[in-house]
Design a protein around this ligand. Structure first.
Ligand code: UT7
Length: 329
């Protein structure tokens, strides 16, 4: 029997037009450009326009990925959207995306995955399994977020960190073992909810109450930072060991863009120079599930990532959830 693996045949991304700089934030918050840059690596982030929803960003990223792959939306077998900021409580943003892409004719399955900043890696792993099992031949995987909508713009510890955007890839079944997604590793530890969460969920009552800060993102940044560094170190080691690889064999690190200091520490674990790390944090901030596909698309389109190279994608986020994907481009 032929072994099927999942190859990435297209990528695309989209950023909203509006740029919010550190200087603008410093004009209304007790913060400075210097503090934000030195503690996080962020200089600016994009903010979705009023009336611009997560599905709008997702569709634009998906259309670019479809054009890159040279395929039509109705040839997809599955649509997965990783998001923490869906358009609606239901239906899933993925079904809205399916409609907006004009891909309803074949009535293919579409649903959302909620694993916060690790959502794209989780979705990629699910798509890989769908292809390996033969359940799907082509899968659209999107990470899309409007994090600006769940920020308390009075809280300098969180609102300076996040931004909006979307990235997408198309996976296709291929019969060339050793290409495409070589492995994925996923983890979660639900003991840490208190350190990073957006409260005000449906089953617990009120969704948003600006006065009390309910419905916004709260984070004990310093504690999250330490857990992220530790988890990502373990993940790097796990991925290398599982694939029998030396760290020098990885060509590119495509990390989740939460904090430049976390990225430095993961690169150090891999013994990698920073010119082998795809960085977008300075311009995008933390776009949660969108950050890895946004970074990937940038490095693919500017020619840094070349066929045959080995990429390590990783992310860590609320839950906690974290995961990696090793990809032969
Ligand atoms: O993507 C999901 C996963 N998320 C992450 O991985 C984020 C991980 N955490 C971080 O990136 C960092 O912890 C932060 C960037 C959020 C914070 O940096 P930090 O170096 O850990 O700072 P801190 O929280 O220990 O705060 C240090 C000081 C505090 O003041 P005091 O108590 O020392 O007087 C904060 O109140 O910095 C203060 N501070 C700020 N000062 C100026 C916090 N935010 C700001 C700010 N501007 N925006």
């Amino acid at each position: 029997m032929t072994i099927r693996v999942a190859r990435i045949i297209g990528s695309g991304s989209y950023l909203p037009e509006r740029t919010l700089t550190n200087a603008e934030l410093a004009s209304s918050l007790d913060t400075t450009d210097e503090w934000i840059r030195s503690r996080t690596g962020i200089a600016e982030r994009r903010i979705a326009a009023p009336g611009e929803w997560t599905s709008d960003l997702a569709v634009l990223a998906a259309e670019r990925a479809l054009a890159y792959a040279g395929i039509a939306a109705d040839s997809l077998d599955f649509i997965l959207v990783a998001t923490t900021t869906p358009d609606l409580i239901f239906p899933a943003t993925a079904t809205i995306v399916q409609r907006k892409l004009g891909a309803t004719r074949r009535q293919v399955p579409a649903f959302d995955i909620q694993a916060v900043c690790a959502g794209f890696i989780y979705a990629l792993s699910m798509a890989d399994s769908l292809i390996r099992s033969g359940a799907a031949r082509r899968v659209l995987v999107i990470g899309a977020e409007t994090m600006s909508r769940i920020m308390d713009w009075r809280d300098r510890a969180t609102c300076i960190l996040f931004g909006d955007g979307a990235g997408a890839v198309i996976l296709e079944s291929c019969a060339e073992p050793g290409r495409g997604i070589l492995s994925t590793h996923l983890h979660a530890d639900g003991s840490y909810e208190e350190l990073l969460r957006t409260d005000g969920g449906l089953s617990r009552g009120l969704l948003v109450d600006a006065a009390s800060g309910r419905g916004f993102t709260h984070m004990r940044g310093n504690e999250v930072f330490k857990q992220a560094v530790k988890a990502l170190e373990g993940l790097v080691d796990e991925t290398l060991t599982a694939n029998g690889l030396e760290k020098s064999q990885i060509d590119w690190l495509v990390p989740h863009q939460a904090n430049i200091r976390i990225i430095h520490s993961t690169a150090k674990r891999l013994g990698m120079a920073m010119d082998r790390v795809v960085m977008t944090i300075d311009r995008h901030g933390n776009t949660s599930a969108a950050s890895v596909p946004l970074a990937l698309d940038e490095a693919v389109r500017d020619g840094r990532i070349q066929p045959g190279q080995l990429l390590l994608l990783e992310a860590f986020g609320g839950g906690f959830t974290w995961g990696s994907a090793l990809v032969r481009w």
